[in-house]
Design a binder for this molecule. Sequence first.
Ligand SMILES: [Zn+2]
Length: 357
Amino acid sequence: MSKQTETHAHAVLSDTRWASVVTRDPKADGLFYYSVKTTGVYCRPSCGARTPHPENVSFFLTPTEAERAGFRPCKRCKPDQPPLSVQHAKLVADLCRQIESAEVPPSLETLAQTAQMSTYHLHRVFKAVTGVTPRAYAAAHRAKKIRDELIQRGSVTDAIYEAGYNSNGRFYEESNRLLGMTPTSFRTGGLKAIIRFAIGQCSLGAILVAASERGVCAILIGDDPDILARDLQDRFPKADLIGGDAEFEQLVAKVVGFVEMPKRGLDLPLDICGTAFQQRVWQALREIPAGSTVSYTEIAQRIGSPKAVRAVAGACAANALAVAIPCHRVVRNNGDLSGYRWGVERKRALLEREAKG
Ligand SMILES: [Zn+2]
């Protein structure tokens, strides 16, 4: 080894970034890139490729710098493309659309083909992003379709056919699994479900995120975590509430990211429980774009019940999905903020943030 090579190896070994390369630390991704002289490629710190010899390594702040120095992007970690987490989120969102639009839920193999991943890897990525498996997602989506139909049509039979089931018999067989109860007990408002939840922090204060097997069913914001937990219990008195595990934390992180930046959208299934009237109001709220506001009177008109202004305000207050059902975008006729289930200061903060874009 020449003196110069040796000095270079020393410099690399004493660089704090070297440890991130050796441990393939995903947290270091985006902070720097490293090139390998012998292969001519540059990588993200988390790249799964063999750890290079330090004397062949150089560090760069950006992919452009690495390319200017004559290195090619690694085919494995694709350092010239958006971070893996972003790529995965986009990929999974596409797969969710594929699942939603399919007559018959696509198999894991089909999805893996679309994603150009192994079935094993796809399963892991999908679960990391959504908190559920592709199969559970497909079941939840179908169940939601049925529930929407049950609510809108009020007819169990129509709902079954709309959701693509060809015989009542088969639906009843599956309904327990899909709805967590039989169709008639769902219509009468029975609810015995398992709800996982976790409480975290966001810029607006404490945030509780809860999900049933069918999707996110509560996003509650407040000052006191204990009060949030009690509020959840009051809203779902018959459900079994259990603390979320480590995997659930990823779902919470997604929801928190969405609350911080509502324009990004939330690519997770929602489990929206309410009366037919509340559902109509909430649907109208979900159609208000971020950055704009409407009045209670306008919402009442939009849902075809112009006299039900007070009931609209009641439905806003009953909303369990803060930000996802954007009741903060409803204001008084004169533009005053009026009340907010989670505190008027939070409403102001949310609206200001959205106005800035
Ligand atoms: Zn690489």
